[in-house]
Design a protein around this ligand. Structure first.
Ligand SMILES: [Zn+2]
Length: 169
């Protein structure tokens, strides 16, 4: 039996239910009914604008973002779904911190809610580097249904990897 790598932290009972939906070829349909809305954030410039808008709305006081890009080489599972880095560069005599967010390119074609979820996740890391209680409080400040979105994103990634292609695709 192939492991469900995006759901490895969840109870066996949950994984079993997901396997059943995959076997019955129902997971894709359930997800597309729930998350039918696409987004129009197609390139890095649009992704930067989208992220800065959300930051200005919820985390105005956090340090400014220098760069936000889609990254085709990013493996979603490695660091729970995205990366956030602080690159220090020496500029003249000053050390300037450059905040950078990379979003796995699978999100370019993912439903709108999942892009929102991953951007919320990465923005929360501007203030909290660990996945601790205050980190998740920040996430829920920006997206009240954050936990449901993260779980459903894991289902979506599982479906992408292990599910059958939707008919007519
Ligand atoms: Zn994280």
């Amino acid at each position: 039996m192939q492991p469900l790598k995006y759901l490895s932290g969840y109870p066996e009972e949950v994984q079993h239910r997901v396997r059943t939906l995959l076997d019955q070829d129902r997971l894709g349909t359930i997800l597309s009914e729930k998350y039918g809305e696409a987004h129009a954030v197609r390139n890095d410039r649009q992704l930067y604008e989208y992220t800065v808008q959300m930051k200005d709305r919820y985390l105005r006081k956090a340090e400014p973002l220098n760069k936000v890009v889609y990254d085709g080489k990013l493996h979603v599972v490695k660091h729970a779904l995205g990366t956030h880095t602080t690159v220090s560069r020496v500029q003249g005599s000053r050390l300037k911190a450059s905040r950078e967010i990379r979003i796995a390119s699978v999100f370019r074609d993912a439903p709108a809610e999942f892009l929102k979820m991953i951007v919320v996740h990465e923005l929360a890391h501007l203030k909290e580097s660990d996945h601790n209680k205050s980190f998740y409080q920040l996430c829920m400040h920006m997206a009240p249904d954050y936990h449901q979105l993260e779980f459903d994103l894991r289902l979506y990634l599982t479906q992408l990897e292990m599910g059958a292609r939707p008919q007519g695709d």
